[in-house]
Design a protein around this ligand. Sequence first.
Ligand SMILES: C=C(O[C@@H]1C=C(C(=O)O)C=C[C@H]1O)C(=O)O
Length: 258
Amino acid sequence: MNFKKADTVLNLNNIRDELVRMEDTIIFNFIERSHFPSCPVVYAKDHPGLPIPDFDGSFLDWALLHMEKVQSQLRRFESPDETPFFPEEILKPILPSINYPQVLASYAPLINYNDKIKHIYEEEIVPLISKYEGNQSENYGSVATTDIACLQSLSRRIHFGKFVAEAKYQNDKELYAKLIRAKDVNGITENITNAAVEEKILERLTLKADVYGVDPTNKEGERRITPEYLVKIYKEIVIPLTKEVEVEYLLRRLGDDA
Ligand SMILES: C=C(O[C@@H]1C=C(C(=O)O)C=C[C@H]1O)C(=O)O
């Protein structure tokens, strides 16, 4: 997939191959996070244990905001597959703009699930992938750094649903136009769902987690991420959120054709 070549981007097989590659990134980011305890202080707003002057938010919010400011100046958010957590705060790149061909509908950048992704990550995913419940002040910086990697890889994966939706729309405009006009959310959800692909993803994740999640030279070693938890995260969070992105993108699609 080459975002400068539109025809490679809206090929559903290319998109699915890219989603498979993202599995490895997400698993390894989760493994890095699993070395540290949950560190709830990192996610608490205005916590006395972690004072941040002149900032209204948590330590993770502060770290993620400043990381995105630098990354935006390195042109990260010009890329159509990157969605910022603080879209109002990103800065102008210091690198020259790349004129990517427009592949998605013009409103695509407005579909931003990152607030929901961050909330679910803090409330549901961290308790599953962290080493144990508790704070460890010497690792607050490492925890925020690994959290940012986890969040950005989850965000890219879930917002890739826009490319999936556009590819499916292009493959059957008549079907989706009818469902969109009827505002048939259930019908759209049913038609974008591919149970066989989802099943294969969950099977592959079990195998990957089993190999990546433990020291291969010592099968009895400490598990750094369990296959059960990884499948649970994908089945109950990642895949449903990806489909929500697909549906929201499609519901607005005819307005862009006008
Ligand atoms: C991403 C796709 O759309 C849906 C979402 C999937 C996912 O998030 O993994 C997998 C299959 C579909 O139900 C696809 O068709 O590949």
